[in-house]
Design a protein around this ligand. Structure first.
Ligand SMILES: Cc1cc2nc3c(=O)[nH]c(=O)nc-3n(C[C@H](O)[C@H](O)[C@H](O)COP(=O)(O)OP(=O)(O)OC[C@H]3O[C@@H](n4cnc5c(N)ncnc54)[C@H](O)[C@@H]3O)c2cc1C
Length: 375
């Protein structure tokens, strides 16, 4: 197992692919090209422990420099890949050119911008990188007036951290409930209650205006992320809401795989395409891409999984309700915990979650595809 693997993007997916290649005995060259000035790191702590000041940013690093050296992985930071020549099997970077036998695209996603916020004349924060997290942490303090636009996962985790810092928090959300599209009204209502109980001024079903932001000390925009597909599209790879890949993570070019936030996979179990912007997917697809490269051909068939921490609530969500939605939700327990919920379609569980009930993880994961619990 030799050859030269070039990985574009030094995030969790790219780092995991490199590690998994070595685990599988790949003896060729591995080069990670990442535009950030950091070794690969994990992002979930950026809106949780790092933002809360409970952990240093360095603790989010996947492996230290010595580990990468020991495993003979050439991690180059501050290197941006600018174009891909599929026919010539090489990439052009701001530092030169790199040839490859296999190219792994793992360019992740970036926050969707909101012009209205940028034009409001208040300091605006987005949250994707270590620098973003440290800058936001620095700006949060007792009495700071924080306006958050978007009650998605990032917006709500920032609200939680901002309240912990003693800030006054207003959240503006256009939907009638936070996380409505993912959770549906039955469980989303619990998140609305959770934040109001913690003193957040949650404004739902509103179109935020520049006047709404006028007296904020700072504005946080959390209206979702977009996959970074420009590079792939310009190279001529098939792109449609992410880079299109099959169940082995292969793109429309036989020497290129795509993984993590950018990969829109033909999922073998769900039976449809799915693009997942979550931590567990970055790890799982990194491993599966390594299998594809060494010829082991192990389809990536894991179901989506997500976790969040807000205030004292820790929750995990398994599965995917998908475009067909669900017929009903069964819940057990109190949302402050322990709490369980099952989303049911055609008498089968399509998604499940637990809150503050960590012993339930395996059972909830295993419930997907099964008949629902009675009730
Ligand atoms: C604040 C925050 C909190 C999160 N919390 C959770 C959570 O609680 N649970 C959960 O499941 N998921 C969470 N996520 C999502 C999770 O972090 C992502 O799904 C994961 O980071 C995706 O990994 P990735 O490697 O695909 O992309 P990324 O982590 O985005 O890494 C891609 C890397 O590629 C680099 N890059 C892009 N283009 C180029 C180029 N042309 N040349 C070189 N380098 C390039 C980028 O700079 C970046 O470093 C969170 C995300 C954020 C931002």
């Amino acid at each position: 197992m030799t050859g030269r693997v070039v990985i574009v993007g030094g995030g969790l997916a790219g780092a995991t692919a490199a590690e998994a290649l070595r685990d599988r005995g790949f003896e060729g060259e591995i080069v990670i090209l990442g535009v950030e000035e950091h070794l690969p790191y994990e992002r979930p702590p950026l809106s949780k422990s790092v933002l809360l000041g409970a952990k240093e940013a360095g603790t989010a690093t996947v492996h230290d420099a010595a580990w990468w050296t020991e495993h003979d992985v050439d991690v180059r930071t501050g290197v941006e890949v600018q174009s891909i020549d599929l026919g010539g099997r090489r990439v052009v970077t701001n530092a030169g050119e790199e040839s490859y036998d296999w190219l792994v695209l793992a360019t992740g996603s970036e926050p969707r911008p909101l012009r209205l916020a940028d034009e409001a004349g208040r300091p605006v924060h987005y949250l994707r990188t270590i620098e973003d997290s440290l800058a936001l942490k620095e700006a949060l303090g007792p009495g700071t007036k924080v306006a958050i636009i978007g009650a998605g996962w990032i917006g709500l985790e920032v609200a939680s951290a901002a309240r912990a810092a003693g800030a006054e928090v207003t959240v503006h959300e256009s939907a009638e409930l936070p996380l409505l599209a993912v959770l549906g009204p039955e469980v989303a209502q619990h998140f609305a209650d959770l934040h109001r109980d913690h003193g957040v001024d949650l404004r739902l079903g509103v179109a935020v205006t520049a006047e709404d932001l006028a007296d904020a000390d700072l504005v946080v925009v959390g209206i979702g992320a977009a996959p970074r597909t420009d590079l792939a599209a310009a190279a001529g790879l098939d792109v449609d809401n992410g880079v299109l890949v099959d169940e082995l993570l292969r793109t429309s070019d036989p020497h290129v795989v795509a993984i993590g936030d950018i990969a829109n996979e033909a999922h073998p179990v769900l039976g449809r395409r799915v693009r997942v912007e979550h931590w567990d997917n970055a790890i799982g697809q990194g491993k599966a891409a390594a299998a594809t490269i060494v010829g082991a051909a192990e389809p990536y068939d894991k179901l989506p999984y997500f976790f969040t921490d807000q205030y004292d609530l820790g929750m995990e969500y398994f599965g995917h309700t998908g475009p067909d939605g669900y017929d009903r939700v069964i819940t057990r327990g109190d949302f402050s915990g322990p709490f369980r919920a099952w989303w049911v379609k055609d008498d089968r569980v399509v998604a499940a979650m637990q809150a503050n009930d960590w012993d339930a993880s395996d059972e909830m994961r295993a419930s997907i595809g099964q008949p629902p619990p009675a009730g």
